[in-house]
Design a protein around this ligand. Structure first.
Ligand code: FAD
Ligand code: NA7
Length: 500
C-alpha cells in the first residue's frame, strides 16, 4: 500500500491535530510515522510529546485558572458557614506546589500519548522534520544526525509559537512567553503582561488571583476578533474586581535588568487619554510576559522545496479538503490559513482528513459554529457571530439583540458583584417572524462559561431560532436557564439589569 515509499503518511507535528490524524490513519490501516520536536524557548524551556495544548496551552492554563477559581470559592466559604479557613486575604498560593502538580499531570499526558502511538503502531520520531520534496522528509535528531524518509503523503501540523516584539531591546533575553510561564521554577512575582489577546488576559487573571501584582500593557483594544462589548465587560471586571492594572494604550520600549534589585526595569510608551504625545514610563517588575500573538515557525521546514504556498498572514494555504498547493502535502491546525485556532478544531480536522485519505470518507471538517471560551476571572464563552460582525454582515437594521444581566444564585450569599454577569443573543431580524428570529451568535459572561456554551452550540449548529430557545424549558436554578427566556431587546430602553 505504501506505493514504494517507506510510509503511507508522514505527520510533521505531534500536537492536537497531528496526533489525532496519525492515530486515525494508522487505525485505518495506513503505515504512519509522526515527527515531533520541540525547539527550546529563548530561555531554554522544552517539553514532551503532545504539542501546545497539552504542554504550554489549554491544559496548564485551565489548571491554573482552576487554582484561581478556588481562591474565590475559599473567599466565599465563610459566608456559607465554613470556619477554620481563615480570612481570604490570609491565604497564600504556593507556586512551587501548583507548578509541580501541573507539570506532573502534563508528564502523565506526555507518557499517555507515547503509549497511544505505540498501541496504534504509529512510529514516533523525536526529530525535527524538514521537507525536501513532495514525498521526502529529512529528520534531524537532537544530536544533529540527519536521516531521509519517504512517504506517499505528508501532513503538516506544526502549530505556532509565541511572538516576541521586534525592536524591543531585552525582550528575548529578559522576557518570557506562555511557553515558559507554566513551568517557571521561581514564582513569577510582580508581572507585566504585554498584549490583549485571550492568552494575555487569561494569564493576567490567574496570576492576579494567586496574589501577584499584575499589569497589562494594551496596545489598542481588548480581545481583537471577539465581541467588543463582551471584551470591555471582561476588562472592566478584571480591573474593578481582580486587581489587574491596565496600562493603555501603551507599547513596550525596552527591558533592562536593574543591577541593584535584580528586578526588570520595563520601559513602556503610554499615550495619554486625550491622544496627546506619548510619554515613557518605567514599570519595575519581576516578570514580563509577552502574549502578543503567535506565528508558525517555517524557517527550517522547507515548504518551498515542495511548492507549498503561504498566505499573506504567513500560514499555509489549504483547500476545503486540507490539501496544500502541493498535491501530496496536507496541512491542518493552527498553521493552516483560516482555521479556528483551537484544539478541538485541529483534532476534528485531523480525524476527518485521515478518514478521507484511508477510510473512503468524502466529508470535510465543518468549521461553522465552533464555540469557544476565554478563561478570564469572569469567564466568557461564545458561539457564532459577535454583535459587531453581525452588524457588519446584516446592517444595523438587520440585527436584533436580546440581552440580560444576571446574578448567579451562588454569588448572592457571599455578595459577589451584582450585574457583572451578562448574556446576549444576536439574531437576524426576520420581518413577520418577530420572536422567532434565527440565532446568529450567543454570548455568555459568567461562571462555567465553557460548560454552558458547549450544549447550546449544538442548537446553533442545528439552526436554532429565538423561539426554539424560548420553547426549551430551563434547568432551575442554573445560570444557563436565563437563555431560555430572554425578553429584553437591546436598545429598546428597557433595562437589562438583573431582577429578583
Ligand atoms: P500544536 O499543538 O502546536 O502542535 C505542533 C507540534 O509540532 C509541536 O509539538 C511542535 O513542537 C511540533 N513541530 C513544529 N515544527 C516541527 C518540525 N519541523 N518537526 C517536528 N515537529 C515540529 N485551544 C483551545 O481549544 N482551548 C483552550 O483553552 C486553549 N488555550 C490555549 C492557551 C494557550 C496559552 C495557548 C498558547 C493556546 C491555547 N489554545 C487553546 C490553542 C491550542 O493549543 C492550539 O489551537 C492547538 O494546540 C493547535 O494544534 P496543532 O496540532 O495545530 O499544533
Ligand atoms: P492575537 O489574537 O493575535 O492577539 C495579539 C495581541 O497582542 C493583540 O492584543 C495585539 O494588539 C497585541 N500585540 C501584537 N503585537 C504587539 C506589539 N508589538 N506590542 C504590543 N501589543 C501587541 O493573539 P493570541 O495569541 O491570543 O491568539 C492566537 C490565535 O489563537 C488567534 O488568532 C485566535 O484566533 C486564537 P492589537 O489588537 O493588534 O493592537
Amino acid at each position: 500500500r505504501t506505493h514504494g515509499y517507506q510510509y503511507d503518511l508522514i505527520v510533521v507535528g505531534g500536537g492536537s491535530g497531528g496526533l489525532a490524524a496519525a492515530k486515525e490513519a494508522a487505525q485505518l490501516g495506513a503505515k504512519v510515522a509522526c515527527f515531533d520536536f520541540v525547539t527550546p524557548t529563548p530561555t531554554g524551556t522544552r517539553w514532551g510529546l503532545g504539542g501546545t495544548c497539552v504542554n504550554v496551552g489549554c491544559i496548564p492554563k485551565k489548571l491554573m485558572h482552576q487554582a484561581a477559581c478556588l481562591r474565590e470559592s475559599i473567599a466565599d466559604a465563610a459566608s456559607y458557614g465554613w470556619e477554620g479557613i481563615g480570612a481570604a486575604d490570609s491565604i497564600t498560593a504556593n507556586w512551587a506546589t501548583l507548578r509541580s502538580a501541573v507539570q506532573d499531570h502534563i508528564g502523565s499526558l506526555n507518557w499517555g500519548y507515547r503509549v497511544q502511538l505505540r498501541t496504534n503502531k504509529v512510529e514516533y520520531q523525536n526529530r525535527w522534520a524538514r521537507i525536501v520534496g513532495p514525498n521526502q522528509v529529512i529528520g534531524r535528531d537532537r544530536g544533529g544526525k540527519e536521516t531521509e524518509y519517504t512517504a506517499q503523503k505528508i501532513l503538516v501540523a506544526v502549530g505556532e509559537r509565541p511572538n516576541y516584539p521586534a525592536g524591543v531591546p531585552g525582550a528575548q533575553e529578559l522576557g518570557i512567553t506562555s511557553d515558559d510561564l507554566f513551568s517557571l521554577e521561581k514564582p513569577p512575582g510582580e508581572t507585566v503582561v504585554v498584549g490583549a489577546s485571550y492568552v494575555a488576559l487569561e494569564c493576567a487573571g490567574f496570576l492576579a488571583a494567586m496574589g501577584f501584582k499584575v499589569h497589562v500593557v494594551v496596545r489598542s483594544i481588548l480581545l481583537r476578533g471577539f465581541d467588543q462589548e463582551m471584551a470591555d465587560l471582561i476588562g472592566a471586571y478584571m480591573s474593578e474586581h481582580s486587581g489587574v492594572k491596565f496600562i493603555r494604550p501603551a507599547v513596550p520600549v525596552s527591558l533592562e535588568r536593574d543591577s541593584s534589585s535584580g528586578r526588570i526595569n520595563f520601559k513602556v510608551s503610554v499615550t495619554p487619554a486625550d491622544g496627546g504625545k506619548p510619554s515613557q514610563q518605567v514599570v519595575q517588575c519581576d516578570t514580563v510576559l509577552f502574549a502578543i500573538g503567535r506565528a508558525p515557525v517555517f524557517s527550517q521546514l522547507g515548504l518551498e522545496s515542495a511548492g507549498v504556498s503561504l498566505s499573506k498572514a504567513g500560514r499555509i494555504v489549504v483547500n476545503d479538503a486540507d490539501r496544500t498547493t502541493c498535491e501530496s502535502i496536507y496541512a491542518i491546525g493552527d498553521a493552516a490559513e483560516g482555521r479556528p485556532q483551537l484544539t478541538p478544531a485541529a483534532i476534528q480536522a485531523g480525524r476527518m482528513l485521515a478518514r478521507r485519505l484511508y477510510g473512503g470518507s468524502a466529508e470535510n471538517c465543518d468549521y461553522a459554529g465552533v464555540p469557544t471560551t476565554v478563561f478570564t476571572p469572569l469567564e466568557y464563552s461564545c458561539c457564532g457571530l459577535s454583535e459587531d460582525a453581525a452588524m457588519e454582515k446584516f446592517g444595523k437594521d438587520g440585527v436584533i439583540v436580546y440581552h440580560k444581566n444576571f446574578n448567579p444564585l451562588e454569588w448572592t450569599v457571599p455578595h459577589r458583584p451584582e450585574n457583572a454577569c451578562y448574556m446576549k443573543l444576536v439574531c437576524a431580524k426576520a420581518p413577520g417572524q418577530e420572536g422567532r428570529e434565527p440565532i446568529l451568535g450567543m454570548h455568555y459572561l459568567g461562571p462555567n462559561a465553557g460548560e454552558v456554551m458547549q450544549g447550546f452550540a449544538l442548537g446553533l449548529k442545528k439552526g436554532a431560532t429565538k423561539w426554539d430557545l424560548d420553547n426549551t424549558i430551563g434547568i432551575h436554578p442554573t445560570n444557563a436557564e436565563w437563555f431560555t427566556g430572554l425578553d429584553v431587546v437591546k436598545g429598546s430602553g428597557v433595562s437589562a439589569a438583573a431582577t429578583g
